[in-house]
Write a protein that binds this ligand. Structure first.
Ligand SMILES: *Cc1c(COP(=O)(O)O)cnc(C)c1O
Length: 228
């Protein structure tokens, strides 16, 4: 737990260095701390060290923590895990961002179930950018059509694309799928909806993602340590 502030500083320094190498300002990259499997104390510790954005994969676990931390002003919650249709209501009611939408049915439900009085739900489409059979995500070929349909829905704001490429050690292999996601985003015309978000890069490959234009990285292990 005591390492969290120090780890956060190191991750911020990695982001700043990678952005600088890419000729981009450090504040062009938003850090989401992935807190799955961590307790509310770990999140509160990171928040006290200036971290505001947190990513969660498992709904039930996340709801417990959101409730426990409801007194902490300024927390921003990102849902980044697979979404079943029976989970959309609780996601629409409790999260600020959703990164893992890969079909229209889910987007429609999130839109219909977003409570009145809350800001629009910020949304990324998850793309299966390197065609991994086991991973969720819309296929790159179908992404533009899905984006156009999602952009029409009320109570949501389509922000961009998210991907989780297969892990790779070599930086060139890491960069290839991120470059593909960047080109895909640039090719999508979502009816005048400004797409400004590339959610890509984790502990092992955030430098490669930032080199290819990531505007948001999702980092767990480098902040909170190895998951149990
Ligand atoms: C767990 C997870 C992360 C964080 O991975 P680390 O390697 O621990 O940084 C990022 N994105 C998603 C979608 C995840 O499930």
């Amino acid at each position: 737990m005591q390492e969290i502030p120090h780890n956060l500083e190191r991750v911020r320094a990695r982001i700043a260095a990678a952005a600088s190498d890419a000729g981009r300002p450090a504040d062009a990259v938003r850090l989401v701390a992935v807190s799955k499997t961590r307790g509310p104390e770990a999140i509160a510790t990171a928040h006290a060290a200036g971290q505001t954005d947190f990513g969660e994969n498992y709904l039930q676990e996340a709801l417990t923590k959101i409730e426990a931390l409801s007194g902490n002003d300024g927390l921003v919650w990102h849902f980044i895990g697979p979404i079943q249709s029976n989970k959309t209501r609780a996601i629409a009611e409790n999260f600020d961002w959703v990164h893992s939408v890969d079909r229209l049915k889910i987007a429609r439900r999130l839109s219909a179930q977003r409570p009145e009085g809350l800001a629009p739900l910020q949304l990324c489409l998850q793309v299966n950018v390197d065609d991994q059979a086991s991973k969720s995500g819309v296929s790159p070929d179908a992404a533009a059509e899905l984006a156009a349909a999602v952009a029409e829905l009320p109570n949501l704001r389509l922000r961009g694309l998210m991907a989780i490429p297969a892990p790779a050690d070599d930086p060139a292999d890491q960069q290839r799928p991120f470059a593909a996601l960047r080109r895909l985003l640039a090719s999508i015309d979502a009816g005048g909806c400004a797409l400004d978000t590339l959610s890509m890069g984790m502990t092992g490959d955030l430098e490669a993602a930032i080199a290819e234009g990531a505007t948001l990285v999702r980092v767990g292990t480098a902040i909170f340590g190895l998951r149990p």
